[in-house]
Design a protein. Structure first.
Length: 273
């Protein structure tokens, strides 16, 4: 039997909780957003974030740039956001076009306004147990893992990912749940079959099959790929119903939770003295 870990419902609850917190403030938090190019997926993600922000009472100042924009122009906009007292947090929608150095752009941000938690200073502080924000996608994944309400201490998690930056905070959070963590960058069936928790984020649709997942596992599918008119994940759910599996739906799983945790990060940044 498949049990879906419904991120959409959990995210709605978290947004309502956040809306109540924002109402208690004597000011309105504001998020500065930078979107470069016209990639449909990026536009959709920004629209969803903007809609969710309005729902919880956070204002958004969105700056749109053409795909061929030069790096200096983007950096100038980030610098403006850094210097504006009314902007509490900054979001740079990734990925960026190839002429822009993603790391340079991220490092231009004031780390104290980094809503995603991707700035090197924030990642380092988080990994060293210093006061910092946690990347929203990592927070969202952990909340979805916990939604399964399974005993995780001493169990094994496997991350099938193509980014060490993505994996690092997740490893730490899973270790805090007393889980052993192994990271792989390509399909290794034997390793996956030993996992009690699988997190997959490689952007290759239906890579993981039923035979790669053991009975009782928790599967967090971060992948989103458009196939025709459908959005699908990295996991092929056909055949999973013969096992007792917890899995996030795509769409409606990790995505809504990432947005919800991003907005909690904006609130956190806005309330820091």
């Amino acid at each position: 039997m498949i049990t879906f870990l419904k991120g959409k419902e959990l995210a709605a609850s978290l947004r309502q909780e956040l809306a109540d917190k924002v109402k208690e403030l004597n000011f309105t938090p504001k998020l500065g957003v930078i979107l470069v190019g016209s990639d449909p997926a990026s536009q959709l993600y920004v629209d969803l974030k903007e809609k969710a922000a309005a729902e919880v009472g956070i204002k958004v100042d969105k700056k749109l740039f053409p795909k061929n924009i030069d790096e200096a122009s983007v950096i100038n906009q980030i610098t403006e956001f850094n210097n504006r007292k009314d902007i509490n947090a900054i979001l740079i929608q990734l990925p960026l076009p190839p002429q822009l150095n993603e790391q340079t752009i991220i490092e231009t941000m004031d780390f104290k306004k980094d809503a995603d938690g991707f700035h090197p200073q924030n990642l380092q502080a988080f990994l060293e147990n210093k006061k910092s924000i946690t990347p929203g996608v990592s927070q969202g994944i952990i909340k979805l893992v916990e939604l399964a309400q399974q005993n995780l201490a001493g169990k094994k998690a496997v991350l099938l990912v193509n980014s060490q930056e993505f994996a690092a905070p997740l490893i730490k959070l899973l270790n805090q749940l007393k889980m052993e963590v192994e990271v792989i960058t390509q399909l290794e069936p034997t390793v996956l079959l030993g996992a009690d928790v699988i997190v997959v984020a490689i952007g290759r649709p239906h890579t993981i099959k039923s035979e790669h997942i053991k009975n009782g596992a928790i599967v967090i599918d971060v992948g989103t790929t458009k196939l025709g008119n459908r959005i699908v994940g990295d996991v092929d759910t056909s055949g999973l119903d013969v096992k007792n599996i917890f899995i996030t739906p795509v769409p409606g799983g990790v995505g809504p939770m990432t947005v919800a945790m991003l907005l909690w990060n904006v609130y956190y940044l806005a309330t820091q003295k």
